[in-house]
Design a protein around this ligand. Structure first.
Ligand code: HEM
Length: 162
């Protein structure tokens, strides 16, 4: 059984705040992409690799979470608060994995080249579909709302349980 620390280990905190900054940047980039037509291609060129970096870090974070379990909840927290905090954490992990996969899937289905940097391209992960770009856009919007709510809950829990 891995040891339980009195507070989050330094690496977990580093991952947490780095990813928080990255995901907030991704949300702002995503919104800027759909509202400003002028800089669209520049913004997408930053959005794609940053999103894939979020996906990689989410996997690192999941492995780190299994190796370094978080500290126990404070005794002052009720059972309901504990359940809500656990549920928000689970939702957060799910969204950190699903959001970048939706973006990747959206470009794959539209058969747009998924350029990471220079000649480095990602493979298509979904079959070609004419309406997937629209469907995934809708899906991203709802996940974005859910993700910002969960990030507030998780961050609040993180701050108050140190
Ligand atoms: C944490 C990861 C990600 C977040 C939080 C995120 C967030 C967003 C948001 C908020 C939008 C705007 C959606 C709208 O309101 O219509 C968006 C659009 C978009 N995202 Fe992402 N995204 C992520 C990852 C990715 C990845 C990995 C890719 C591609 C490899 C990608 C490709 C796109 C594209 C192409 C659009 C523009 C769609 C359009 O023109 O309507 N995203 N993203």
């Amino acid at each position: 059984m891995p040891p339980r620390y009195a507070q989050f280990p330094a690496f977990s905190r580093l991952l947490h705040w780095t990813m928080a900054a990255m995901i907030l940047t991704m949300l702002c980039l995503g919104v800027a992409m759909v509202v400003s037509l002028g800089d669209y291609h520049v913004l997408v060129a930053i959005h794609r690799p940053l999103g894939i970096a979020v996906l990689i870090l989410a996997v690192v974070r999941l492995v780190n979470r299994l190796i370094n379990p978080p500290p126990p909840f404070p005794a002052t927290m009720s059972q309901l608060e504990g359940r809500m905090a656990t549920a928000s954490e689970l939702a957060m992990y799910g969204l950190m994995l699903v959001l970048p996969l939706i973006g990747w899937g959206m470009l794959s289905a539209a058969r747009y080249p998924i350029v990471l940097y220079g000649s480095v391209h990602l493979p298509f992960v979904l079959p070609h579909s004419a309406c997937s770009m629209r469907d995934c856009g809708r899906c991203t919007r709802s996940s974005r709302t859910a993700s910002s709510r969960c990030s507030w809950l998780t961050s609040a829990r993180f701050c108050f349980t140190r």
